[in-house]
Design a protein around this ligand. Structure first.
Ligand code: UDP
Ligand code: MG
Length: 335
């Protein structure tokens, strides 16, 4: 049941690192759990999560989001919610995907801090208390789980995830930390700002990194899935990676400009060869002019595509409607 707020961790709620934009959170902690076909794992998850939430000493709510499950996940949620007033269930009309399910849950929260956690017990619920303590000690806006090991995940998933984060960091100007997932603890302010970002293709860990503020890692061991199957087959992982890279980088659109430069250099080299062939008389009539036209227009075309890419990229970034900047603190105004 609800516990008294004068525990050490609860005291930190008052001393938030940044001012809170929202109209007074009504619980100290919200826990958001996206679920796709988790009927088998959910009861065990709820037992461990509830134990962790109770041991934090905070008043809490658990928001369960059913992301269009085709098994008995919703019925399981309904039964669990009926038995425990701390639980709330939200059911989406169809499968919207992990990131949107999380977003839907985030919009339902009322907590002064919000934990995002998977339902499959790959992220340990027991990490909650140390993460809260870290948030308090570091006066952090975000404590993000950083995976030290990925037990139960094949080498292909590990290698592709490793490569993905490195490429993303290289391409993007946002400092998106490597080896992290969506397992993280957020301040109410970060949640309010995140909820105000209207973009459709949501890559939450990138958006949270983009928001800035004080973000600190919490290292943990990622466990194997407790029950059920991963909702991220290869096709979804590729689309997720595409969302991340295109959402945070214009580099792919700039590829044409790079290719144009290479093409011009090759054209110049070949130009020398063409002229030499004509001078030495070894060239077939008409070959040189054809060659020149081909090389020239090939480069021009790539250059133009690159230019179109620059404008398209800007249009794309504009269409995201992100806020221009985030102010966390201000000095008092003197008159
Ligand atoms: N999930 C979801 N919608 C989806 C895919 C996954 O809500 O379309 C949930 C899933 O139930 C789990 C979490 O998101 O709680 C992480 O998904 P999963 O374990 O399948 O991903 P993985 O750990 O394999 O990357
Ligand atoms: Mg999982």
């Amino acid at each position: 049941m609800m516990t008294s707020p004068d525990t050490p961790v609860a005291a930190a709620a008052a001393a938030a690192a940044v001012p809170d934009d929202r109209a007074g959170p009504s619980v100290e902690l919200s826990i958001v759990v996206p679920c796709l076909n988790e009927q088998d794992g959910l009861p065990a998850f709820l037992t461990r999560m509830t134990a962790a939430a109770v041991s934090s000493g905070l008043t809490y709510e658990i928001v369960l989001v059913d992301d269009g499950s085709t098994d008995a996940t919703w019925a399981t949620m309904q039964a669990a919610c009926a038995a425990d007033p701390h639980l709330r269930g939200v059911r989406l009309s169809r499968n919207f995907g992990h990131q949107r399910a999380l977003s839907a849950g985030l919009m339902q929260t009322q907590g002064a801090r919000v934990l995002l956690i998977d339902a499959d017990l790959q992220d340990p619920p027991e990490a909650l208390v140390p993460m809260l303590a870290l948030m308090q000690a570091e006066q952090a806006d975000v404590v993000y789980g950083r995976r030290m090991a990925r037990a139960g995940e094949g080498w292909l998933k590990r290698a592709s995830a490793g490569l993905f984060y490195r490429v993303l960091r290289w391409l993007s100007s946002t400092d998106i930390p490597a080896d992290t997932g969506d397992f993280r603890l957020l301040s109410a302010t970060i949640v309010a700002r995140l909820n105000a970002m209207p973009e459709q293709h949501r890559f939450l860990r990138g958006m949270i990194a983009w928001l800035g503020g004080r973000q600190v890692p919490y290292d943990y061991q990622r466990a194997p899935r407790a029950a059920g199957q991963s909702g991220y087959p290869l096709r979804r992982m590729v689309s997720f990676a595409t969302d991340a890279i295109t959402g945070f980088s214009m580099a792919p659109l700039r590829l044409c400009t790079g290719l144009a430069v290479v093409s011009v250099l090759i054209a110049l080299g070949l130009l020398v060869y063409v002229v030499a062939s004509v001078v030495s008389g070894s060239a077939v009539r008409g070959w040189a002019s054809l060659m020149m036209i081909f090389l020239f227009f090939q480069s021009v075309q790539l250059l133009c595509l690159g230019l179109v890419g620059e404008y398209l990229g800007r249009l794309f970034m504009e269409s995201k409607n992100r806020p221009l900047f985030i102010i966390t603190e201000q000095t008092p105004r003197g008159d």
